[in-house]
Design a protein around this ligand. Structure first.
Ligand code: FMN
Length: 379
């Protein structure tokens, strides 16, 4: 009976069927397993931070689907954290299964950054990720966030070095290619960061000036990969499918991928990529209902996390992304972006199930994923 159940489980659509004793493939010559310093990752696919989205309920939901090697919190203000700001504490809410967890911090005061990193190390963070892409005017004006990419005087390197030496856990940095096309400073920073002990970098293949427009510059990411000796680089930007992933690996030589919006569009993306990585095959297509189940679990978790009222309010923000992917149509989207109660959600969920899979629906969405206007557009 137990054996049968196990077999049945393996046959569930979308379940991972990677043989345990399979020898590592060393695809594209990369070492298995991937490591960040001494931290061994179960996959080379990493959730990129999405402020307002990558909270505990989303991370839990994605982790359960498998294939996710490392997840990150939203960006946390180092000063706010040290002052015990309620928002910061909410953003770092975690639990035992939510590991390995990188906590992303930003700030331009090196003492605050070190203290915040030490606090987080004691709290149980697996990795400290320093954000060099924060576009908020207040931060940029003070020389922090993405303005750091213009400062090649050595001050930024010293700030990061203080954080690296202040904690025992690995420190990583996330950045864009540079401020604009005339200042592609990412290779310079990558080289210097490696020298002072940064253990991995995530590179979004656009400049700050580019926002989210235009194509990801894979040659730019490649220049960063070539600038370092051995630390892993996570290529980032616009990965939605296995083909996108393969191109990112082959054209940049990166060691892993960071995926943000693609995970909102298709929560199964990590599982699918990891399966492809280990087997060379695409994973059996996950049906529409399985995607509906994920949305339901996600709403349920948001409600468990913040209570019914605020959980529903939090979901309103995510709803348009789900609606695009699930092709729910405008009327249902209108209801979901005004969601107030769990019962209301259950009735909408039932309507979607009754309507069945939309014609021409595909498990991975190639839809353009809109980026909210405002500071986010320069992350
Ligand atoms: C809504 C939104 C919020 C973001 N928040 C952050 C953040 O807090 N920290 C960060 O380093 N990048 C942030 N980013 C950038 C993403 O992590 C990622 O670099 C970018 O979206 C490109 O990758 P993708 O095409 O896989 O989404 C954000 C992007 C979006 C769209």
């Amino acid at each position: 009976m137990v054996e049968m159940l196990e077999e049945e489980q393996n046959d569930l659509p979308g379940s991972l069927k990677i043989e345990e004793n399979r020898p590592p493939i060393l695809r594209f010559g990369l070492q298995e397993p991937m490591q960040i310093g001494n931290l061994v990752l179960s996959s080379r696919f990493h959730l990129s931070p999405l402020a307002g989205y990558t909270n505990l309920p989303m991370r839990q939901t994605l982790r359960e689907l498998g294939g996710l090697g490392l997840a990150t919190t939203d960006l946390i203000n180092a000063k706010g954290l040290l002052m015990g700001s309620r928002k910061s504490l909410e953003l770092i809410a975690t639990q035992q299964e939510d590991r390995p967890l990188a906590v992303q911090i930003y700030g331009n005061d090196s003492n605050e950054m070190v203290q915040a990193a030490q606090w987080l190390e004691n709290y149980g963070a697996s990795v400290i990720d320093i954000n060099m892409g924060c576009p908020v005017r207040k931060v940029v004006k003070g020389g922090g966030g993405s303005a750091m990419m213009c400062d090649t005087t050595g001050a930024v390197i010293r700030l990061v070095e203080k954080v690296v030496t202040g904690v025992k856990i690995p420190v990583t940095v996330k950045m864009r290619l540079g401020w604009d096309d005339s200042q592609l400073t990412a290779p310079y920073f990558a080289r210097e960061f490696e020298k002072i002990g940064v253990k991995a970098l995530t590179i979004h293949g656009r400049t700050r000036a580019q926002g989210f427009h235009g194509k990801v510059n894979r040659a730019g990411i490649r220049a960063v990969v070539e600038a370092v000796e051995k630390i892993p680089i996570f290529g980032n930007g616009d990965i939605r499918t296995i083909t996108d992933a393969e191109q990112m690996f082959t054209e940049t030589g990166c060691a892993g991928l960071a995926i943000g919006r693609g995970a909102l569009a298709n929560p199964y993306i990590f599982q699918q990529l990891n399966y492809w990585w280990h087997t060379g095959e695409p994973l059996e297509i996950v049906g529409y209902e399985a995607h509906l189940n994920i949305m339901r679990i996600h709403v349920q978790r948001l409600i468990e996390w913040r209570g019914e009222k605020f959980g529903c309010i939090q979901f309103r923000k995510i709803a348009p992304w789900y609606c695009r992917h699930l092709r729910t149509g405008k009327p249902i989207q209108q209801m979901l972006v005004r969601l107030e109660t769990w019962d209301q959600f259950l009735s909408i969920d039932q309507q979607l199930r009754d309507l069945g899979t939309p014609k021409d629906w595909h498990h991975h969405s190639r839809n353009e994923i809109p980026v909210p206007a405002g500071p986010i557009s320069h992350w």
